[in-house]
Write a protein that binds this ligand. Structure first.
Ligand code: UD1
Length: 365
């Protein structure tokens, strides 16, 4: 069996690594294609090195562009690749533009498609990721689900039950595998911070950073908080350019740095007093680490992190953000319960499911 996996953007890497690893132990012939959606060394290459991902067999180099152009560039390049290699299965993860582009090309080439992290829904179609999720799930033959809400959403959308496989969370596989190493490096020291005495902030959603007024208000609120607790802010390139474009003055108390490598960021997250974020994946990672998380969005496609985990939605409301922080600092925050199957073995379950699927498909031919 030949499987072609596609990655493109930072959050893809930690999801694919454990699956590729597990597939290797099943003796599967694997090809890895990097679309080049993320291309800065610290948004891409460093993750390959740290996660032990194999060097991509092919790099498409699509880079940054509008949604349509970026999606089209991946599709155009990938069509030839799939025609040449004719894999038995295409494997994609998450909800970025590269994921959706690859899914469309595989489906049109009549190549079976598997989606890691299927079924998540924010029910907010203004998020580009939500559009990507819906499209990819409806084109997929194998849907690997991380939490119970995923199964419910897929069934409600009419997706056949026998395509849905609850396997747990591959990102948590990577986290468990690398946490000790991340903590040994004590990455907070380089920022002159002490464990549990700082907050970690990430911000990159278009809804938060593309509107200068919204961005200004958010940074003012966070600036006030940083007078009470140091806030370390690794700035995503998109956010950095929005800040530069809008001419905003950043509060001097926010401690800025560039995007961090996987191990450093994991260590910083694990020893933060609290995390403020608009990322999807970080909501899950903080639940896995049992670190309080305030999500700077009004919705989440990962409800299990709120229902069972350490995550709460505070949106962009200064009062709610402030109150959330005070509750955490007062120790008034529930401990996270671990969602079912977030046990570090999702990659193995996916590999076993794919093997079973391959033998069923060849038997029915
Ligand atoms: C993408 C994903 C988002 C994910 C995020 C993680 C989509 C629709 N969005 O958003 O779901 O949470 O990645 O980072 O796919 N840039 C660089 N260097 C890079 C990559 C990007 O400078 O290596 C800059 C470019 O100016 C680019 C901007 O960041 O235009 C945005 O990059 P893009 O990949 O379009 O979207 P993200 O905001 O990173």
């Amino acid at each position: 069996m030949k499987i072609l996996s596609i990655v493109g953007a930072r959050p893809n890497f930690m999801k694919l690594a454990p699956v590729m690893d597990a597939l290797a132990t099943h003796g599967v012939d694997q090809l890895l294609i990097h679309t080049g959606q993320h291309y800065d060394a610290n948004m891409s290459k460093v993750f390959f090195d740290e996660l032990g991902l194999p060097k991509p067999d092919l790099y498409l180099g699509v880079g940054s562009a509008s949604h349509a152009r970026q999606t089209a560039a991946v599709m155009t390049a990938l069509e030839d690749v799939l025609a040449e290699h004719r894999p038995n299965l295409v494997l994609v993860a998450g909800d970025v533009n590269s994921t959706m582009a690859a899914a469309l090309v595989a489906a049109k080439a009549c190549i079976p498609l598997a989606h890691i992290e299927a079924g998540l829904r924010s029910f907010d179609r203004t998020m580009p990721e939500e559009v990507n999720r819906v499209v990819v799930d409806h084109l997929s033959d194998l849907l690997f689900v991380t939490e119970e809400s995923g199964t419910r959403n897929l069934l409600e959308e009419g997706i056949a039950k026998d395509r849905i496989h609850v396997v747990g969370n591959c990102m948590v596989d990577s986290l468990k595998r690398h946490l000790d190493r991340a903590l040994e490096a004590a990455p907070w020291e380089a920022f002159e911070l002490n464990p549990r005495q700082y907050a970690l902030l990430t911000l990159h959603r278009p809804s938060n950073v593309d509107d200068p007024a919204a961005l200004r208000q958010m940074l003012e609120t966070l600036g006030e908080l940083s007078q009470q607790l140091p806030i370390l802010f690794p700035v995503h390139p998109r956010t950095r350019s929005r800040i530069a474009d809008s001419g905003l003055e950043l509060p001097a108390t926010l401690q800025l740095c560039g995007p961090q490598p996987y191990l450093i960021f994991l260590g910083l997250m694990a020893r933060a007093r609290l995390v403020l974020t608009d990322s999807g994946g970080i909501q899950e990672e903080t639940t896995a680490l049992d670190v309080p998380c305030l999500t700077l969005r009004w919705n989440t496609e990962r409800p299990v992190t709120v229902e069972q985990g350490s995550n709460r939605l505070v949106g962009t409301d200064p009062k709610a953000i402030h109150e959330g922080c005070q509750a955490i600092l007062a120790g008034n925050w529930p401990s996270a319960r671990q969602p079912p199957l977030w046990d570090g073995k999702a990659g193995q379950r996916i590999a076993a499911t794919i093997e079973q699927w391959a033998s069923d498909t060849s038997a029915s031919r």
